[in-house]
Each structure stands twice: as C-alpha cells, then as structure tokens.
Design a protein around this ligand. Structure first.
Ligand code: EPU
Length: 438
C-alpha cells in the first residue's frame, strides 16, 4: 500500500475528462501471495522483487513472520522488494486476526505441512463476493496424507509424512491447486494433479518453486487436462532465489476499462500481455484499438469516442484463459456508458454483483435478472455521487464509473481497494484524471 493511501478513507474525483499518459503496472497480488507462502518451504534467503505495496501483502508478511521467519520489505520507486528468510521457523499456529482478514492465508497450510508437518489455522470464513468453501484445499492435502481435524472455526492439520499421489480435482480452483502444489513439492514420490487451475498465478508459483530447486512439470497438454506432475524433493534441496513477480493482469485490465469509460489514450508499461487475450478481445469488441510495443513491453489503448463506444452483447466470466471474474465489475462500469446492451454472466462467484446498487445510484441502467446474470443498457451519462466500495474489484469499478461520470464522485471504504491496488488514485492522476485521496 502506498504511503499516500495509508491514512485515507476516501477517493474523490471529478469525472468527464479523458485519460492520457503512461503508467506502470504493479506486481500481481495473486501471484505474490502464494510465492510468499512458498518461501516458508525454503530455509535460505529469498528475494521477491516487484511486489505490490498493498494490504494483503502486508498481512501475508505478518502471518509469515508469526512462524518465526524474518520478513523485510524495501520500498522502491515503483514496487517493493521483500526478503524472506525462513531459516528458523517453529510456530505452526497462525494468528486468527490476520487469517480472518485475508482468505488466501489458507494457502499457508500446504507450505507449513510441507515444512513443519503441522498447522493450526482458522477457517478463512465467508466472503462478500459469495460462499468460498475450502473443501478442495482440504481434499488435496488429505490425498497427500495429511490428517485434518476441524472443530468449530478451527482447523488442525498434521502429517508425519506427505506422500505423492494422484489428485483429480472435480473443478478448477486456483487456491486449492496452489495449496496442493505447496504440500506436494517435498512429499515423498510423485504427485499428479489433474484439472489443476490454469491461471498464470499457478504457473508463476511453479516457476518460482522450480527456480528454488523443486521438480514440477507442467504437462504439454496442460491447457486441456490441467495436468501437473510434481516429483517430490527433499526439503534441504530447496534453496534461496532472487525472483521477479509477474505484473498484475487484473490491475492492467482495470486501467484499460477505465480508459474505455472515460475516453482517451493510455499506455501501460510492465504489461503482462500474454495474460490479457480475453480482456483485449472484449475491449476491441467495444471499439478500443491496441498497439503493443515489444521493445519496452508496453501497451497503448486508443479508446473510441463515447458516441462510438459500444457494448458487446454477451460475456461470461470463466476460468483462465476465459474472461476473469476479477474484471467483471470493471467491465460492468465501462458497459454502463457504452451504446447498446451487455448481458453479463458471473460463473465463478455466487455474489459478485453487490456493486450494481451503487452504479444504479450513479444513474446506470442495470437489471439483475438472476443470481448470476445482469443486463446493462448503456446510458449517455452517469452522475457523480457519494458511493461505497463494498469489496475490492467492485470498489475499483466505482472509481472507473466516477472517472466517466459528470461532476464529483467520492468512493468511501477504500480499505477494500487498498487490498489489491497499490495507488489507484495516484495512477489515474498520472493519466491526467482529477482525482485524489481525501
Ligand atoms: N471453491 C470451492 N471449494 C474450494 C475452493 C474453491 O467450491 O475448496 C469454489 C469457489 O467458491 C469459487 C470457485 O471454486 O466459486 C473458484 O475459486 P478459486 O478457488 O479458484 O478462487 P480462490 O483461489 O479463492 C483466486 C483469487 C481470486 C480470484 C479467483 C478466481 C487469490 C488470492 N485470489 O481465489 O482473486 O477471483 O482465484 O480467479 O489468488 C481478487 O483478486 O479480487 C480475487 C477475489
């Protein structure tokens, strides 16, 4: 989280001005968190470069420290480097306060089982974007030989020895795949995972672990089968690494939808171009024109004039490489001011339309037709309002709506946005928006 956002609760903006200029995309939240967890398996020093300065990363740092590991953060100009040294870790009870603050704390289970053979953790609990059970996480760990007891809100997992096996997930889960990989890396023998999640944050975790001495093989037909083969190595074979975190495809997508909604031309540096196919396809369908510059890995979007911005008729969120659920709300915000209708189907989470009420207060025409479907009919203008960020990506969507709206918008409860965006208002200010923290 940037220094600027730490003590602020509001983002205030005056909308209606096109975006122009260049910003650099931060490191990926969802790639940083599992790699930090993986550092618990490695007793040497690991250097993670280009981590985002956001609340979730700070919480993960605190959880890792609570095990006895050393965690140091060095703020750079753009991002943050984190050094984790897990030489002396003994504590396998994770503090409830931070576990309940962040769902992805659950992936520490796999790493601590691999390292210490035991972990006590609370259930991460429900979530504003819908039910988020962890049955597949527990299934993967139990298949590897962990014994798991649950009592009330508490989970205790123990393994004398983790043993490689075949694990077939009934459907794809990013977190359950990462948890299982973390436990399987030092299990005895070979683990074969079928129907593993294919998100870039899973393959990034495998790349990090392989760099540290693990033996993880992504099968050649991975995009069809989701097959990953892990040959367990002894803990002592894992060694420290110097690793660069991948850029955040969701932050990049958020800024692209903002430019569509507000108009203008923006250039994003440090762009994870190969992770953005489905997003670029939707934006092109809405009238955006892209130019990718391979020499400096940047992407320019030329947004159409508002009169030429058009909705595609239908989109559904899906597992990678489909359109990401995390960009459903940012797309929704841009669709509010595009010509024509968009039907949007949310297939991943059960309750990710909470932000619609706030968009409607700004004048958006959105009908929620079922738990998973909403129909947006573009309007010529949104009106600035005081709105509340109820969750991370929905909060970012309200900032997009505010940039496109006439007049002043304030977005409150920005602690949600700070969980994933290092400096959203600072970045939009660099793109010429009239926006600040308050
Ligand atoms: N699911 C189960 N059982 C499980 C695990 C998941 O039923 O044991 C269900 C979930 O309820 C959901 C679906 O499976 O309906 C997919 O969930 P998944 O496990 O793939 O999601 P996750 O690992 O909890 C990560 C990201 C999310 C992102 C999803 C989907 C992190 C820290 N979080 O969550 O990111 O939306 O994958 O891509 O990596 C965000 O950044 O705003 C965010 C929510």
């Amino acid at each position: 989280m940037s220094q600027t956002t730490q003590n602020t609760r509001l983002i205030r903006m005056e909308g209606g001005y096109p975006l122009e200029g260049t910003v650099r995309i931060q490191g990926s939240k969802n790639a940083t968190l599992p790699v930090m967890a993986a550092c618990l398996l490695i007793s040497d020093k690991c250097v993670l470069r280009g981590c985002p300065q956001i609340t979730d990363v700070m919480y993960m740092g605190t959880l890792i420290k609570s095990t006895g590991a050393k965690v140091e953060q060095t703020m750079g100009v753009n991002d943050m480097d984190i050094v984790i040294e897990s030489t002396d870790i003994q504590e396998c009870r994770l503090p409830s306060r931070y576990v309940s603050a962040m769902r992805s704390s659950v992936i520490l289970m796999g790493a601590l089982l691999g390292r210490l053979g035991e972990v006590y953790v609370d259930y991460p609990g429900g979530c504003v974007i819908g039910e988020r059970p962890i049955n597949l996480h527990l299934y993967g760990l139990e298949k590897l030989g962990a014994q798991i007891w649950t009592e009330g809100n508490h989970i205790h997992a123990y393994a004398d020895e983790l043993i490689g096996t075949e694990i077939r997930f009934p459907f794809s889960s990013v977190g359950a795949t990462q948890n299982t990989i973390l436990a399987a890396v030092t299990a005895k023998g070979t683990t074969v995972i079928w129907n593993a999640a294919k998100e870039p944050e899973v393959t990034a975790l495998c790349a990090f672990l392989n760099q540290a001495g693990a033996d993880i093989r992504i099968h050649k037909d991975f995009m069809e089968s989701g097959k990953i083969v892990i040959h367990g190595v002894e803990l002592c074979r894992l060694h420290g690494v110097d690793y660069c975190v991948v850029p955040d495809r969701i932050v990049a997508g958020t800024y692209l939808f903002a430019a569509l909604a507000a108009g203008g031309n923006i250039t994003l540096e440090n762009i994870p171009i190969s992770h953005l196919d489905s997003v670029c396809e939707v934006i092109t369908g809405m009238g955006g024109i892209f130019s990718y510059h391979a020499d400096n890995n940047s992407l320019t979007l030329y947004a159409p004039n508002r009169s030429e911005l058009r909705n595609i008729s239908y989109i559904e969120t899906d597992i990678y490489p489909g359109f990401p659920t995390d960009l459903q709300s940012p797309l929704l915000a841009a669709a509010c001011v595009a010509n024509g209708k968009l039907m949007i189907k949310e297939k991943i989470f059960s309750s990710r339309f909470k932000i619609i009420e706030e968009l409607q207060r700004m004048g958006a025409d959105i009908a929620v037709t079922s738990e998973e479907c909403a129909i947006v009919t573009g309007v010529s203008t949104l009106e600035g309002r005081n709105v509340i960020a109820k969750e991370l990506r929905g909060g970012a969507a309200l900032v997009i709506a505010g940039l496109a709206a006439e007049g002043i918008t304030t977005v409150s409860d920005i602690c949600y946005i700070n969980r994933g965006y290092q400096d959203i208002a600072g970045d939009f200010a660099k793109l010429g928006a009239r926006i600040s923290y308050d």
